[in-house]
Design a protein around this ligand. Structure first.
Ligand code: SAM
Length: 244
């Protein structure tokens, strides 16, 4: 065989492999998309979540890219471990909490508990900007890199203690806390705009907690409502340390 023939065969072979790899990747993305649509239909719509913006966002955000190594389980309606003893919340709870915030395209939202960055991405599909705080540094850094890779330019991730909020960007149209607090953090109430809403699990972190909706009325008065029992990982940080 001539040397140029061998080279041609090698080039053809590489093209074939390259094409097969991209066809396979496109096929598995389509499989994930179908599973995602099914998840939204079964875990959200069938359970009463009607807000079209929330449903659209959750049909779009690729949850399998937020749970490395567990892609096959990404579209089940369960929380999944994301390392460091933390979890990505169950899709129904993500949908419900997003729905409760009642946000739209001009809103600025604060999230406490970035975790994988999934909830931030869902919000980012709906609102103008999401500020999100994660207390575990490696989780915050990897969520920041992931969100950047996926093109979410309207999310800012900070590593820190979210109990104290992010006063530089306050007031917020809505606040979502995705870890269980023993009480509603006063700094977060202060940073909520009049007319704004906060969704937060409150209760003992090692028992069932209550998902609460906190509304700051236009006159500044606070109204709280219990929505349903939930089980979240605890909100940690300086505020929980005993007085010295
Ligand atoms: N929203 C996340 C997602 O979409 O993947 C899931 C959040 S996970 C249930 C709760 C997260 O809150 C954990 O990553 C945990 O480290 C974080 N966390 C706990 N206490 C915190 C605090 N005081 N400030 C910021 N993040 C906190």
């Amino acid at each position: 065989m001539q040397r140029w023939e061998a080279r041609l065969n090698l080039v053809q072979w590489m093209l074939l492999v390259g094409t097969s790899v991209s066809v396979l990747a496109a096929t598995s993305e389509e499989v994930y998309r179908q599973r995602r649509l099914q998840m939204v239909a079964r875990a959200l719509e069938a359970e009463g979540i009607k807000d079209q913006a929330v449903l659209r966002a959750m049909r779009k955000v690729p949850r399998h890219k937020f749970v490395p190594g567990q892609e096959k389980r990404a579209y089940e309606n369960w929380p999944l471990p994301i390392g460091y003893g933390q979890t990505i919340s169950q899709p129904y709870i993500v949908g419900l909490m997003t729905d409760l915030l009642d946000v739209d395209k001009d809103d600025i939202v604060l999230e406490v508990g970035t975790g994988s960055g999934y909830q931030a991405a869902v919000l980012a599909e709906i609102v103008k900007h999401v500020y999100t705080i994660e207390i575990i540094k490696p989780l915050g850094l990897s969520a920041r890199a992931r969100l950047r890779r996926l093109g979410y330019t309207n999310v800012t991730v900070k590593v820190g203690d979210g109990y104290y909020g992010w006063p530089e960007h306050a007031p917020f149209d809505a606040i979502i806390v995705t870890a269980a607090a023993s009480h509603i953090p006063p700094p977060l109430v202060k940073q909520l705009k009049p007319g704004g809403k906060m969704a937060i699990p409150v209760g003992n972190p090692f028992q069932v907690q209550n998902l609460m909706l906190v509304e700051k009325r236009p006159d500044g008065k606070i109204r709280t409502r219990n929505i349903l029992p939930v089980a979240f990982v605890p909100l940690t940080g300086g505020h929980d340390r005993p007085e010295e």
